[in-house]
Design a protein around this ligand. Structure first.
Ligand code: PMP
Length: 363
């Protein structure tokens, strides 16, 4: 593995360098599965142990009346499972749409009930409707929002009180990057592929009273109450992904836990935003300052609307230095640097050094 290859992709993301996949592969497939043939059952037991490790890891943040489920289907599957499990409460739900992913979630939910957008979709990119303008329905089955819009580079850090309406939050790209007061939420979900390992596992943290009342059409595999009763092994689990996730969790723990991940996310994103800010508008962020993501950072090169020729050169130069996946999402354009937990401060320093050198050469 070449340590110099830097991956700023939006996901699936890199693993921490210390989580060595070759060793894992060897240990998992050769030592455990082949040399001890009856190990499949043992492995199931291991999955349960891992669940306990995760419980312990989150211990300070997960109150007793919550369950953590390991499911499949990714964040996209959760767009459906959330509605299938909760929409029966009143048949309608409130959605805050701040970008691509919450937009997709609202469309999926509309198949299972009435979706009310709490604010008109913002027509200006990089902005989000102010909480004071949200029209919340006190009878909604739940209030849904996305904590970190991976494509748009928008984070919603503050939400309004919703009374008895449970809050559902998509944390696909921000899970384990900052502390969370879980007791404020009804459901938090996210896939593992950004900050917790390879793709394949969907973590669903759910308040107990929200389980056990799914819509009649809810498939068993998406029924939170049932999955909880089965200790997350309703069908063949994504064993290898869970296995690697456990290693990544151990890495997080060894590196100071979620507090340290949060400190690093703030330091890394500040370094990049400061570089953008100090570039005399050569680089620019398309997102309003108070809602800028710490994790997925879109930026333009060569002025606020971007200079496509320069942006192409920027990407070519980056790849020469083995910095990959800096091209922005096609719907936003420009660049995007994703600074997940496995991306180190030193790697972001290399990126900003390159940005400074590129600016010197082209302005
Ligand atoms: N929500 C967010 C915020 C995401 O970033 C993504 C994936 N990039 C999804 C949902 C969809 O997740 P998945 O690919 O696991 O279905």
């Amino acid at each position: 593995y070449n340590k110099r290859v830097l991956n700023f992709g939006a996901g699936p993301a890199k693993l921490p360098l210390e989580v060595s996949l070759t060793d894992l592969f060897f240990e998992f497939f050769v030592l455990r599965i082949i040399r001890k043939p009856q190990t499949l059952r043992n492995f199931f037991d291991n999955v349960l142990k891992m669940l306990i490790i995760i419980y312990l890891f989150y211990f300070r943040y997960v109150p007793d009346n919550y369950k953590i489920l390991l499911m499949q289907g990714g964040g996209t599957g959760a767009f459906a499972s959330v509605a299938l499990n909760l929409m029966g409460r009143s048949g309608k739900a409130d959605y805050l749409v701040t970008g691509i992913w919450s937009g997709k979630a609202s469309k999926e939910a509309a198949k299972f009930g009435k979706v009310n957008l709490v604010a008109p979709k913002s027509t200006k990119p990089g902005t989000a409707p102010h909480p004071s303008t949200w029209k919340l329905d006190p009878e909604a089955s739940y209030f849904y929002y996305c904590h970190n819009e991976t494509v748009d580079g928008i984070t919603i850090q503050n939400i309004r009180q919703t009374g008895n309406v449970p809050i559902v939050c998509d944390m696909s790209s921000s899970l384990m990057t900052q502390r969370v007061d879980i007791s404020k939420y009804g459901i938090i979900f996210g896939g593992t592929q950004k900050n917790l390992g390879p793709s394949g596992v969907t973590i669903v943290i759910v308040r107990e009273d929200l389980m056990g009342n799914p819509l009649p059409c809810c498939p068993t595999i998406l029924d939170y109450g049932h999955v909880s009763d089965m200790n997350s092994i309703h069908n063949t689990p994504t064993t290898f992904s869970v296995y690697v996730m456990e290693k990544v969790l151990q890495w997080v723990k060894k590196n100071g836990g979620v507090e340290e991940m949060e400190r690093r996310a703030i330091a890394k994103s500040q370094l990049l935003y400061n570089t953008i800010h100090n570039s005399n508008k050569f680089y620019s962020s398309p997102v309003d300052e108070e809602i800028r993501s710490r994790i997925n950072i879109p930026f333009r090169v060569g002025g606020p609307n971007g200079d496509e020729k320069l942006e192409k050169l920027f990407l070519q130069g980056a790849e020469k230095l083995e910095m990959y996946q800096l091209k922005g999402h096609r719907l936003v354009g420009g660049m995007r640097a994703s600074l997940y937990n496995a991306v180190t401060y030193e790697e972001v320093e290399l990126l900003v050094n390159y940005m400074n050198a590129f600016q010197k050469q082209h302005s």
